[in-house]
Write a protein that binds this ligand. Structure first.
Ligand SMILES: [Zn+2]
Length: 615
């Protein structure tokens, strides 16, 4: 294995049908990360006071432990509340949950190495052993069986807090295993969701053979397990030192972050995000873009859109406040769906010091690709990174001995990184304003030069740095019309009207319809108890808050020093721009398109409401 990147499997979440409805909770529940240690017959007595104190450090107290990492990465928005329960002892051997076969390339066939194990061979749809086929479903069932056995033991313990608390995640830490692991093994660290689904879903990925496919829901008390992590103790403590990077990486999956690595191919993110590489001893913070998508840092406070060339100040990613990234969305975004981020990564202190290179990084993201898998769930666990966000950090090109040039393959490698723009001679600026230039240019994925340029100018007295950013002249070749379209995962994207580019967009998201909406009234910070969101039209688009299944009315208008535009009204759960002459049908998140007669329905609903109010 070339690189230590974890969680290859995690394929289970694709099939997760355990939808959690959050709309009707009575009180604020504590979200718990339940940590359970597991021993087998042949590893009994492994977890004693020493191991428990190591786990306490890894999950709670260590500065690079799970709790402090997530707190830092989330800009103090998210706390992981880990609760330990007594060790679960499973009867039987570890071997039951290890693969049965090893493929011998010399013999050209599978050889049985573990008679007690599960079938890990690959099969064609017709049941022939086939190295290009699908894995036997046995491994999948073995994992569910293991999870089920653990949960059964937990339920027998009658954990009192289960009645009131929500299980955000179940982390299972396995004792020493006395076996080596491959990335496809059950015990290889990974995050997944408990599955109880149908034959059809399974057969798209696994060879089922004659296996029974009915699985019952694995529940803790009466609660479904929406996320669990399997991790052997050896991935947390290697006998000498505490390792928390893998644990943090897996927990980021539980919180919705996709992988940002490509196994075996050129790496575009590497150590600049814990989801891109786990090769470092301490967990690295995520890119501002990832933190922004997860709702941990916000537009305007931390991620600033820019549309004009000039000198700008940036603060390091670990700063709590200030501008942590500039985002550039050019008119080409309408066709290409790609935007650019500029961010300052500073060398950390203490143990963090050797893990990154200091300087400004520029990266391109394709927002359409990421954060949603084909089932509309956030995150990306299916096959590791099949639905990964396309995020690419630009790297410097270098001259080859034969006079040619090539882009450097690896973005970071413990201090030999030239992806950063800083004070090193030859690396103080990046990007080219010359049409058609590709070398050291900030390009779209199709190779077109964006003509954005970035130059390092120096540090400021308060921990920031100054950069000079050059942008091309912004011209819309074709007008972009305002509209809302449904995306998977109960999310909707609002596209701004390009005629109002540069103005502030006001968006009000309301459960109740507002009659005769007027911009002057709606521009107040709160209307009918709802926050009015001010957005920068330079982003060209924004993702609306998650649609929770109830109808929502959305009001959109623009403003600048000359006043406001008229308000446009949308209804989500199927509808259209009520004030526009053309009917825009909006599909709801699950993909159902409602008939266009909904204007009538809205009228009827509001009439009935008025009548009720009088009674
Ligand atoms: Zn991962």
């Amino acid at each position: 294995m070339k690189r230590k990147i974890l969680c290859l499997i995690a394929s289970l979440s694709l099939f997760c049908v355990a939808l959690y409805l959050s709309g009707c909770q009575k009180q604020e529940q504590r979200k718990v990360n339940l940590v359970v240690t597991v021993e087998f017959d042949d590893t009994q007595g492994f977890f004693n006071a020493e191991q428990k104190s190591v786990l306490e450090r890894a999950f709670i107290t260590d500065e690079n432990g799970l709790k402090n990492f997530i707190l830092k990465n989330s800009n103090r928005k998210k706390t992981v509340d880990s609760t330990f329960v007594e060790t679960v002892k499973l009867s039987g051997s570890v071997a039951m949950f290890m693969p049965k076969y090893e493929y011998s390339f010399i013999a050209g066939e599978y050889q049985e190495v573990n008679p007690d194990g599960y079938d890990n061979r690959l099969f064609s749809d017709t049941g022939e052993v086939d190295l290009n086929g699908k894995p036997s479903v046995e491994r999948f069932f073995k994992e569910q069986e293991l999870l089920s056995a653990i949960v059964e033991k937990l339920n027998a313990k009658k954990l009192g807090f289960l009645e009131t608390d929500e299980i955000e995640n179940l982390t299972v830490v396995f004792s020493k295993l006395n076996v080596g692991l491959n990335q496809t093994d059950i015990f290889w660290p990974h995050q997944a969701k408990a599955y109880y689904g149908d034959r059809e879903g399974l057969s798209s990925v696994y060879y089922l053979g004659g296996n029974e496919t009915a699985l019952k829901d694995v529940k803790l008390g009466d609660k479904s397990i929406n996320s669990y992590i399997f991790i052997p103790y050896a991935f947390i403590f290697n006998g000498e030192k505490l390792l928390t990077t893998t644990l943090c990486h897996e927990y980021m999956h539980a919180l919705g972050a996709p992988d940002l690595y490509r196994n075996g191919a050129k790496e575009f993110v590497g150590e600049f995000d814990i989801m891109g590489g786990t090769e470092t001893d301490v967990p690295n913070l995520s890119l501002s873009y990832v933190r922004y998508k997860l709702g941990w840092i916000s537009e305007l406070s931390h991620v600033q859109p820019i549309s004009k060339s000039g000198e700008y100040v940036l603060y390091p990613t670990e700063n709590y406040g200030g501008t942590l990234a500039y985002k550039i969305t050019l008119p080409e975004f309408a066709q290409k769906g790609e935007s650019f981020y500029i961010e300052y990564r500073k060398l950390g202190e203490g143990s963090r010091a050797n893990t990154q290179t200091e300087g400004v990084i520029v990266y391109r993201v394709n927002e359409d690709n990421g954060y949603l898998n084909s089932k509309g769930e956030t995150g990306s666990s299916w096959r590791g990174n099949a639905y990964f966000e396309e995020v690419s950090v630009f790297t410097f090109w270098r001259e080859l001995l034969n006079g040619g040039i090539e882009e450097r393959e690896q973005i970071t490698s413990m201090g030999t990184c030239y992806a950063t723009i800083f004070d090193k001679a030859g690396y103080t600026s990046y990007g080219s304003a010359v049409e058609g230039e590709k070398v050291n240019a900030i390009t779209y994925s199709d190779g077109t030069n964006s003509k954005i340029t970035v130059e390092y100018l120096g540090s400021t007295t308060n921990g920031g740095i100054k950069v000079k950013i050059g942008l091309p002249e912004i011209k819309f070749a074709t007008k972009i019309n305002e509209g809302i379209v449904a995306k998977n995962g109960n999310r909707h994207v609002l596209t701004f009207d390009s005629d109002h580019y540069g103005k502030t967009a006001y968006v009000l998201y309301s459960e109740k319809r507002i009659l005769n909406p007027k911009a002057e009234k709606l521009a107040k910070p709160k209307v009918n108890g709802n926050n009015v969101i001010k957005l920068r039209t330079e982003f060209l688009q924004t993702t609306l808050p998650k649609f929770d299944g109830f109808e929502k009315f959305v009001y959109v208008f623009y403003g600048d020093e000359n006043g406001f535009t008229t308000v446009k009204e949308y209804k989500i759960a199927g509808i259209k721009n009520l004030n526009a002459t053309a009917v825009i049908v909006i599909a709801i998140g699950v993909g159902v398109v409602l008939p266009t007669g909904t204007l009538y329905i809205i009228k009827r609903i509001s009439k009935r409401r008025n009548k009720n109010e009088k009674q």
